[in-house]
Ligand binder design. Structure first.
Ligand code: TMP
Length: 223
């Protein structure tokens, strides 16, 4: 790998990935490693409009699975070219809260759209911009549900059946078996601190550049 890694976080709603994204970002900031955090759908002006359409817009009630798939891919193709690739080219580490594995699982495994089409659209949207490592936070349904019980109104994607979320979990586990080199499965029911530690230890083992870069940046800041 040349340059800084492209790191993605995946898992069902309530798995704790957004907390880990923030913890990793804070860690990198303290170490002085340049980084960029992004999320899907969204992360660009076009992507945030698509997010609104996918999750909250009243006209999204009758959205077909095919339209949903294309909107997620549209948001992603904009994000890759406008934000992720330029950041990696500037030598920044990119941390993404969801990426193409979400489409493989939610639209492929759970919505049951043609997996070959999903694979082709994913490839078209990302080009050669593929994550170096993906952390999959695996939690059982009950844990996820209890974490999702917030005062806010659930968005359209959060109003699915229990069966749907079971398919999401199974879909992620199956994908992780096929992509062992890239996807690291983390027990999401551990404490946030233990998860953070496991993630960081995995990262420095796999990307010694991260630790090296942080030493260089620290030395520079002391000069
Ligand atoms: P979240 O980022 O708060 O988890 O919300 C994103 C929602 O969108 C979540 O329900 C998962 C769903 N999603 C898909 O169904 N397919 C995708 O490709 C992506 C990125 C998200």
């Amino acid at each position: 790998m040349a340059g800084m890694p492209f790191i993605t976080f995946e898992g069902s709603e309530g798995c704790g990935k957004s907390t880990q994204v923030q913890l990793l970002a804070t860690h990198l900031k303290i170490l002085g490693v340049p980084f960029l955090v992004t999320r899907e759908p969204g992360g660009t002006a076009i992507g945030e409009s698509i997010r609104e359409l996918l999750q909250f817009a009243p006209q999204s009630v009758g959205m077909t699975p095919e339209t949903e798939l294309l909107l997620f891919e549209a948001s992603r193709s904009q994000l890759v070219r406008e934000v992720i690739k330029p950041a990696l080219e500037r030598g920044e580490c990119v941390i993404a809260d969801r990426f193409f594995d979400s489409t493989t699982v939610y639209q492929g495994a759970a919505r049951k759209l043609d997996r070959k089409v999903v694979r082709q659209l994913n490839a078209f949207a990302v080009g050669d911009c593929v994550p170096d490592i993906t952390f999959l936070l695996d939690v059982d349904l009950e844990t996820a549900r209890s974490r999702m019980q917030q005062p806010r109104r659930p968005d359209r994607m959060e109003q699915q059946t229990v069966e749907f979320y079971e398919q999401v979990r199974d879909g992620y586990q199956e994908l992780a078996k096929w992509q062992r080199d890239r996807i690291v499965v983390i027990k999401g029911w551990q404490s946030p601190h233990d998860i953070e530690k496991e993630i960081w230890e995995t990262l420095v083992k796999r990307f010694p550049e991260l630790a090296a870069k942080s030493e260089i940046e620290n030395r520079k800041s002391k000069m």
